[in-house]
Design a binder for this molecule. Structure first.
Ligand SMILES: NC(=O)c1ccc[n+]([C@@H]2O[C@H](COP(=O)([O-])OP(=O)(O)OC[C@H]3O[C@@H](n4cnc5c(N)ncnc54)[C@H](O)[C@@H]3O)[C@@H](O)[C@H]2O)c1
Length: 309
């Protein structure tokens, strides 16, 4: 069936095909984000192939997805556990896994990339896939901080390349930022907006600017909280309490930094500083750099601004 569909789609003119709804999705990277994206796409009836570098990682991803689905089902099907189990099995059936991206993109409408946040690595992946993916296939990156245009130049399909930025944890967070780079066609952009809606998410339209909308506002705020503390103008605890009780935020900035990971936050702000060194919002924070150099990366290492043991 997949073979047949693939040949039919190849035979059709690319403009006809590009308007078709996205059904087959290849998610590259089975980590935190890729697993979540695969889960949500499968739960909304898409046929998904999840790709990572080893079978071991993919086994962990599948286990993670199963666990997450079971948690969703516990709430959603509280009084119908059998229907819940049926739903879990149905969703899992929509996901297959592979360690060979080049071979699985043959039958795909959309590639969502969620691998390491490294420009060269992302470019190398997309450049390889561009040579083997069908004409109509849309490529999209889930990058948090790299310009979409810089990744897209590794391909010859700038018009069919955009950004689709999810939030962690993907099954819970409603927002998707859809990014239109200068080369992204309106058709591709619309297809990504429609796909986000088909996942049950709420998309917002973004330009290809550092941090898009959410991180462009959130990261400078987080770093400014660190600077406020560095200047001796408030303790971490008081700043966290102040933003929770005074601004109604569910977490304070130091709690959120520890949750996101101090290395990730530093990586983002350092990248933007390189792009715009004159922008004071992006200037490095000595305290953040010190904690990262000591391996205190937040919740994941047991210590960041706070201790978690
Ligand atoms: N963590 C977040 O909160 C968050 C939020 C939005 C966007 N992002 C972005 O999503 C992307 C992934 O982030 P993550 O937190 O899921 O990372 P992660 O480290 O949890 O997962 C990345 C996965 O990609 C795999 N991988 C690396 N190179 C690969 C390749 N060439 N082919 C196939 N698989 C490969 C790794 O083995 C790993 O399993 C990054 O670009 C990140 O900036 C992250």
């Amino acid at each position: 069936m997949a073979f047949f569909t693939h040949h039919i789609t190849r035979a059709l003119s690319s403009s006809t095909v590009r308007n078709a709804a996205i059904k087959h999705v290849t998610v590259i990277g089975g980590g935190l984000m890729g697993s979540g994206i695969a889960q949500v796409a499968a739960a909304t009836g898409h046929s998904v192939v999840l790709v990572d570098t080893s079978e071991d990682i993919l086994k962990k991803s599948t286990k993670g997805i199963e666990g997450s689905l079971k948690r969703v089902v516990k709430k959603k099907f509280a009084d119908k556990p059998e229907a819940g189990e049926e739903f879990v099995q149905k969703v899992l059936k929509n996901i297959s896994t592979s360690t060979d991206a080049a071979s699985v993109v043959q039958g795909t409408d959309l590639v969502v990339e969620a691998i390491a946040e490294n420009l060269k690595v992302k470019q190398s992946l997309f450049s390889t896939l561009d040579k083997v993916a069908p004409e109509h296939t849309i490529f999209a990156s889930n990058t948090s901080s790299l310009p979409i245009a810089d990744i897209a130049v590794s391909t010859a399909r700038l018009d069919r390349f955009g950004g689709i930025h999810f939030f962690n944890p993907v099954p819970m967070m409603k927002l998707v930022e859809v990014i239109q780079a200068p080369g992204t066609s309106q058709e591709t952009f619309n297809a990504l907006l429609d796909f986000s809606k088909a996942l049950g998410k709420h998309p917002v339209s973004c330009k290809d600017t550092p941090g898009f909308i959410v991180n462009r506002l959130l990261v400078p705020y987080l770093i400014e909280a660190v600077r406020l503390h560095e200047r001796g103008h408030g303790s971490k605890e008081d700043i966290d309490v102040a933003m929770k009780l005074g601004a109604g935020y569910p977490m304070g900035p130091f709690e959120l930094l520890d949750y996101v990971g101090l290395d990730t936050s530093k990586f983002i702000v350092d990248g933007w500083y390189q792009m715009e060194p004159e922008n004071p919002l992006f200037s490095p924070s000595p305290l953040l750099n010190k904690l990262v150099s000591e391996g205190k990366l937040g919740k994941k290492t047991g210590e960041g601004f706070y201790k978690y043991k």
